[in-house]
Design a protein around this ligand. Structure first.
Ligand SMILES: Cc1cc2nc3c(=O)[nH]c(=O)nc-3n(C[C@H](O)[C@H](O)[C@H](O)COP(=O)(O)OP(=O)(O)OC[C@H]3O[C@@H](n4cnc5c(N)ncnc54)[C@H](O)[C@@H]3O)c2cc1C
Length: 508
């Protein structure tokens, strides 16, 4: 993936959306009595070859189970292999210690539990933070490569640095809720190749450990015993229907549903209009639908990662972001997932970045269209169609305090805070349907910390486990830091794998 050259990212991902139309989204469950004969059997069956599925498969295999992992697409790795590979880790990981970064489990937990969505799943958060050092050690043990290099720059490192502030830790109000520490752990490779490396390493491990990996095999229907236990799975194996029996359990790790337009319209309408479905073509919601079909509860289905990537370059953060009423509504330096969430979910999907002569994107970005340019703020406001006088008031108020180093509304930090002074003034369109505005889903099946899928009464569905974006895990809206999704997938994937391997045959 190259920035600003050749085919644009927008065009590339629009193509990914077209391919998705051919992948099935799951179907209703089938009673065991309707299956005449099984075409194969295994202890543990994992559906989906992303970070969650492969981590689950590795853990189940390490616990002694026979494991088969099926992948609907011809290629293994899912969205995880497309990703930056950032894992949110802290509390004093080996990399943090090597770089003399001070952190603690308490501060990591304080940030994750207080800076984002209300009422986060504290049981999952607590285990994730307490085990973070050990989980990072596990990634190292698998062979994932990190460099002992830190960068203070905002945004995913494009050099080979492996530690950075991947979230909104330093922006207000987060910096007052917990002591900021860099916790974005990214494989030490040039460019956006971390996810590919991470998945190559984990898949290599899975092969070596004896996990059976199958491509072009899509999970379609759960097979259920009379007592509700999961007996197996109907799959489409290279276009042939097959019935696979599972002795211990099934792990659904089929990713989210950003490419399923009908599900988006129904569950997550704010994400429907975002310009770029940000995920691999298999993100059709099959795992979630199959779980719901056997009575699983689904949580936070409307939530997702809506991203307004205004930085880099960081100097544009000295501009101001305003809504359709020309009012500021956030500190511009906020992590781009926090900014994107505010625009998509709380401002009707519309916003503009206003810059002056000292802050410009330059010629080489294609993320945001310039919506207007003028020599005065007043003319710019008319140009965009803001309510009469509103932008002038907003800029005058902002400038008055910025001159003295203050931002009473959103406490923007000093490096980005200065008055807007000097033409040309420009407005950049950050609207969800006009800007480069990637999105993917967070909602999914309700699970225990060990991946057991729960129904709406909180009871486990016997033999059914899930992990990653098929579940409602740590990523919530607003998404406060890169690395929470792959971190959640690998950590809770492993927990699900251990639990399903220990699940007694025929037991709840
Ligand atoms: C460009 C990009 C960059 C990102 N960067 C980061 C980052 O750095 N850090 C981070 O935390 N998050 C990042 N994310 C988000 C993150 O990659 C995903 O949320 C995460 O990888 C999801 O992992 P998963 O295992 O749940 O699903 P996936 O990795 O998508 O794997 C699911 C797999 O299941 C398969 N599947 C679907 N249906 C079926 C079926 N019926 N039967 C069998 N198989 C099926 C799919 O084809 C897919 O291969 C990024 C996303 C993108 C698109």
């Amino acid at each position: 993936m190259q920035r600003g050259r050749g085919i644009s990212r927008r065009a590339l991902l629009a193509g990914a959306g077209t391919a998705a139309a051919t992948i099935a989204a799951g179907a209703a469950a089938l009673p065991r009595s309707k299956v005449k004969a099984w075409d194969g059997s295994t202890d543990v069956l994992v559906a989906g070859s992303g970070a969650a599925g492969v981590s689950a498969a590795l853990a189940a295999r390490a616990a002694g189970a026979r494991v088969t992992l099926i992948e609907a697409l011809p290629k293994l790795g899912g969205s995880s292999a497309m990703s930056g590979g950032v894992v949110y880790a802290g509390g004093g990981t080996e990399l943090q210690r090597a770089l003399r970064v001070e952190d603690s489990v308490e501060q990591m937990f304080a940030f994750l539990s207080r800076a984002g969505a209300p009422h986060p799943p504290l049981d999952k958060l607590q285990r994730y933070c307490e085990d973070s050092v050990a989980h990072f050690d596990w990634l190292l043990d698998q062979g994932v490569r990190y460099t002992e290099k830190f960068t203070a720059a905002k945004g995913l490192p494009m050099g080979d640095e492996s530690l950075y502030f991947s979230g909104t830790e330093q922006a207000w109000p987060a910096r007052e809720l917990a002591t900021p520490a860099p916790r974005g752990h990214v494989p030490g490779l040039q460019g956006m190749n971390g996810g590919r490396h991470l998945m190559e390493v984990l898949l290599q491990r899975a092969r070596g450990a004896g996990v059976t990996l199958r491509t072009r095999v899509a999970a379609e229907r759960l097979v259920v015993e009379d007592d509700g236990r999961i007996a197996g799975l109907l799959v489409r194996d290279n276009d042939q229907p097959r019935a696979l029996r599972v002795r211990r359990g099934l792990v659904l790790a089929c990713g989210g549903f950003i490419h399923n337009r009908a599900m988006l319209q129904r569950y997550a309408p704010q994400l429907f209009d975002c310009s770029v479905p940000w995920g691999n073509a298999g993100d059709m919601g099959a795992g979630i639908n199959m779980g719901i079909a056997v009575g699983a509860a689904a949580l936070r289905m409307h939530q997702g990662f809506a991203i307004a990537p205004v930085y880099p370059p960081e100097h544009v953060l000295s501009g101001i972001v305003v809504n359709a009423s020309a009012q500021r509504f956030i500190s511009e330096e906020s992590y781009h997932g926090v900014l994107g969430d505010a625009i998509a979910y709380h401002q009707g999907g519309r916003a503009w970045l206003i810059t002056d002569k000292g802050a410009d994107f330059g010629m080489h970005q294609d993320n945001f269209v310039m919506a207007g340019e003028a020599n005065t703020i007043g003319d710019l406001a008319v140009n965009i169609g803001f309510p009469s006088g509103a932008l002038q008031h907003t800029v005058a108020y902002y400038n008055r305090f910025a001159e003295t180093g203050e931002d009473p509304l959103f406490r923007k930090s000093a490096p980005y805070l200065r008055p807007l002074l000097g033409a040309p003034y420009r407005a950049w369109d950050l609207s969800v349907d006009r800007a480069f505005f990637p999105a993917h889903t967070f909602g999914g099946l309700h699970t225990t910390v060990d991946g057991q899928v729960l129904d709406s009464f909180g009871d486990a569905i016997p033999g059914l486990f899930a992990a990653g974006r098929t579940t409602a895990g740590l990523p919530m809206a607003p998404y406060i830091a890169s690395g929470l999704s792959v971190g959640d997938c690998t950590y809770f994937g492993r927990r699900a794998g251990r639990a399903v391997a220990a699940h007694p045959v025929g037991a709840a």
